[in-house]
Design a protein around this ligand. Sequence first.
Ligand code: PLP
Length: 410
Amino acid sequence: MVKINENYLLLENSYLFVEVNRRATKYMEENPDKNVIKMGIGDVTKPLVPSVINAFKDAVDEMADVNSFMGYGPEQGYDFLAEAIIKNDFNRWGIDLDLDEVFISDGAKCDAGNIQEIFALDNIIAVTDPVYPVYVDTNVMAGRSGMIKDDGMYENIVYLPCREENNFVPELPSEKVDLIYLCFPNNPTGTTLTKDQLAKFVEYAKENDALILFDAAYEAFITEDNVPHTIYEIEGAKEVAIEFRSFSKTAGFTGTRCAYTVVPKEIKIKDSEDNEQSVNLLWNRRQTTKFNGVSYPVQKAAEAVYTEEGQKEIIENIDYYLENARIIRESLSEIGLNVYGGVNSPYIWVKTPNDMESWDFFDLLLEEANIVGTPGSGFGPSGEGYLRLTAFNTLENTKEAMGRISKLSF
Ligand code: PLP
């Protein structure tokens, strides 16, 4: 008899987006004349920009010619893309990386999910709460948690609450943890940490022999000067931090798939015999064994993001989403709601009025304004009492949606 990996039975059913869809669909079926605006989904709505599409097409043509056809590429990605990444995403902030510290992949989701494999099962992980669920669920699958408790938190996982009360700045763990997942600009709250606030986590990691897993998937949305674009802007971070990046939200690659992970060679961990092991070599071993690289045309398309024209085009799209975010923030503030995020992020985190529960506010917006958001409680216990709206929509829909909410009284 085949036995199941029992850890999978500890997982909560991923019911958030299923339930959001179920309620929205039911409402639309019962009210076919209503124009429902969806502001819940964390996916881009604008197509790939012309520079990217042209490079993509040219690379596909290369694949059709025997003289330029490309078979298997390096598992870690082609040097042409790693070079463009280092020059544009790191050298510009004064950070040097070697080519073999950049691992190109087909998604920050897979990388953030897979990274835990190279660490022992008895490591204690810490996550901010609310949280992008991948960090928690992949550790539950691996067996690093206990059962989920009545308060919605797993045993053996340390939660660092981020709420209005602490201005969405997580406290340092009060106990010793080994792996700390941080995502800034944050999904779902849309908030950020300043350099000084992030530096405290780097210091904690150094003092406690911990490692930070830093997800910067929303880096492209940063508009404020005191927000770090990469954790390596913090002195000493190369010894204690891995960084995940993605072309998904930066350049509309959610359906095209390209991302990368930086694993500095300075990061060392100990084996059971107290020998130092290189995390870079461990990740390289993992990737070369289990991953066969991102397709050549996709990597050429990603390289085009860094051309002068490509940069102009993607910034135009990001500015479009940020303008939607500004409209959402300002419209909701004007009617007295407390809103967070949306300045360095496409996400706006709305405090529910009158201490309503997240799902009640979701239903109210759906029924009274025909707007679909995402209940904050679906991202973790500290998300209760909040709702996430996204700026990934047309300007027209965003304005229409805000006009409708502005007519409601809370
Ligand atoms: N990290 C965070 C915080 C995200 O919100 C998302 C997508 O929503 C991802 C990673 C996924 O990135 P990718 O599309 O590169 O897998």
